[in-house]
Design a protein around this ligand. Structure first.
Ligand code: NDP
Length: 484
């Protein structure tokens, strides 16, 4: 059934001022899912006005953190109530296996809302009574937050941005990626149902460049911009933000290393590296998409890894048994395939995959078979650039020093995975690795109090726990002379 998606501005739903629309299609079979309002400058303007008014005149920033926490929990309860429907929307919108939308993404959406509601209500402040002087810190909300999210974890990424922004008392204009508009709109509806005052959460739909996304980032009424997406987009948004000196937080691309030492527990490492490569169809910023294998275990590991990759079930993402669904769209599949062909031309050996799967039932979708390229090295473009698909490249190494050098030899610095039973080595590597996050013998595990973000081309700033508070508030120093 095709649905109509409008912008949520203030308390109501509205089409674009221009009347323009775009189609959202299911990457499994190309079926039309939704007709979506394509926002422009006027829609960004209306949404920012609504958010501005709600911040300047409405109750939200004036509520206690405890009151906001209650509303964020009510919001999370509604997400839990509708979790199955929301999971299916994300899966149909961009092709992620339903097992992951159900088991990973949607639980994280309500966890984000609850966590930041609780965190803001319980966060402490500093006070320094000193003689006749009392100094302390206030954390007033920053104001209007523009949140721009990508398509790979649509509901999860949207909630990762709106939960802390709202919890600390800001109002929000959210723009989801044009490839995955559906759950963001549903989240907007659930916030209204939960009792959020009008204008506190606005959701505009449409494209980025020269459209609603860009207009939001150029507007001086935005007090913060939080963006997740490609590094090139991050540069464009940072340039737009610079004109108004709008503080921004960018979580950008990655080409993270997964390093397996000969002393690793190989069962654990094969399973972990496989998850690090192929979770969410490989469309994961944190993916361990450069797999470095120590020579002593290289052949044995690779044999098991390739067999496991070939055993992944590619199919309809709505099927609970599916491991790999279609890529977000045909254009993206072309990009992924282009990199695989480039890797082969650069001298890589195709060990499995390398094109769409043979199954005729999947011919109507943007499917790509799990692919492994052996015999690669760090100088190849297919190793250095972000592919963002179910493609793993294999690079051998001799010792720890070489592993570290190769892992750090990247324009990106988002995450790293390390498989070893040598504790000293694990800590040494974690200290010397230029990356925002290091996972030792695990992948994708998150404590929301930790800083999240990347080094180098992988981002600017950190979010999570107190790092989110630093970003979404304007810490204010207060000094009072005491008369006693
Ligand atoms: P894009 O950068 O293409 O798009 C992200 C969002 O930015 C979309 O909503 C897009 O709108 C919007 N946008 C694009 N151009 C502009 C502009 N000039 N001004 C304002 N908004 C704009 O990323 P993808 O959606 O393709 O997501 C994949 C990328 O995200 C990968 O590089 C991945 O590594 C990264 N990512 C990083 C994460 C992290 O935490 N570091 C997590 C998840 C993904 P539209 O697409 O509608 O035009």
């Amino acid at each position: 059934m095709t649905v109509t998606v409008e912008h949520l501005i203030g308390a109501g739903w509205a089409p674009s001022v221009s009347g323009e629309r775009f189609e959202s299609r299911d990457p499994h079979d190309g079926a039309l899912l939704a007709s979506v309002a394509a926002g422009g400058r006027e829609d960004a303007d209306r949404a920012l006005s609504a958010a501005r008014r709600a911040f300047d005149e409405g109750p939200w920033p004036r509520m206690t953190a405890e009151e906001r926490r209650g509303l964020l929990h009510a919001f999370a309860d509604l997400v839990d109530r509708d979790a199955e429907a929301l999971a299916l929307l994300d899966t149909r919108d961009m092709g992620k296996p339903i097992r992951e939308s159900r088991g990973m993404d949607l639980p994280r959406v309500s966890r984000n809302l609850r966590f930041f509601g609780d965190y803001a209500a319980m966060a402490s402040s500093e006070a320094y009574p000193d003689g006749t002087r009392l100094s302390y810190v206030l954390y007033p909300p920053a104001g209007v937050v523009v949140a721009i999210s990508p398509w790979n974890f649509p509901a999860m990424q949207a909630s990762w941005k709106i939960a802390p922004a709202l919890a600390f008392g800001n109002t929000v204009v959210l723009k989801p990626a044009e490839q995955s508009p559906l759950t963001a709109a549903r989240l907007g509806a659930l916030a209204l149902e939960a009792g959020f005052p009008e204008g506190v959460l606005n959701v505009v739909q449409g494209f980025g460049p020269e459209a609603v996304g860009e207009a939001l980032t150029r507007d001086p009424r935005a007090d913060r911009i939080t963006f997740t997406g490609e590094s090139a987009t991050g540069r464009a948004i940072a340039a737009a933000a610079a004109a108004n000196l709008t503080p921004l937080s960018c979580e950008l691309g990655g080409r993270s290393a997964s390093v397996v030492f000969a002393d690793a527990d190989l069962d654990e490492a094969v399973a972990g590296a496989l998850r690090g490569s192929f979770t969410n169809n490989g469309e994961v910023c944190l993916a361990g998409s450069r797999l470095f294998l120590q020579r002593g275990i290289h052949d044995a590991f690779l044999e098991r890894f390739v067999a496991a990759a070939e055993g992944l079930r590619v199919g309809d993402p709505k099927d609970a048994g599916t491991d790999i669904g279609p890529l977000v769209d045909a254009g993206h599949r072309e990009k992924v395939d282009g990199y695989v062909q480039l890797g082969v031309r650069e001298g890589g050996e195709l060990l499995c995959g390398g094109g769409p799967p043979g199954d005729g039932a999947l011919a109507g979708g943007s499917y790509y078979a799990p692919t492994v390229l052996g015999g690669m090295h760090n100088g190849m473009r297919a190793v250095r650039e972000e592919i963002f698909g179910p493609v793993q490249v294999i690079v051998p190494f001799d010792d720890e020093a070489e592993a570290l050098r190769l892992a750090n030899d990247s324009d990106y610095g988002l995450a790293g995975m390390l498989w070893t039973t040598n504790l000293d080595r694990a800590h040494r590597m974690a200290e010397a690795w230029r990356t925002g996050m290091v996972w030792i013998n695990c992948f994708f595990e998150r404590d929301l109090r930790l800083p999240f973000g990347g080094e180098k081309a992988s981002g600017i700033g950190r979010e999570g726990g107190r790092h989110s508070r630093e970003f979404f508030t304007d810490p204010r120093a207060v000094v009072m002379r005491r008369r006693y």
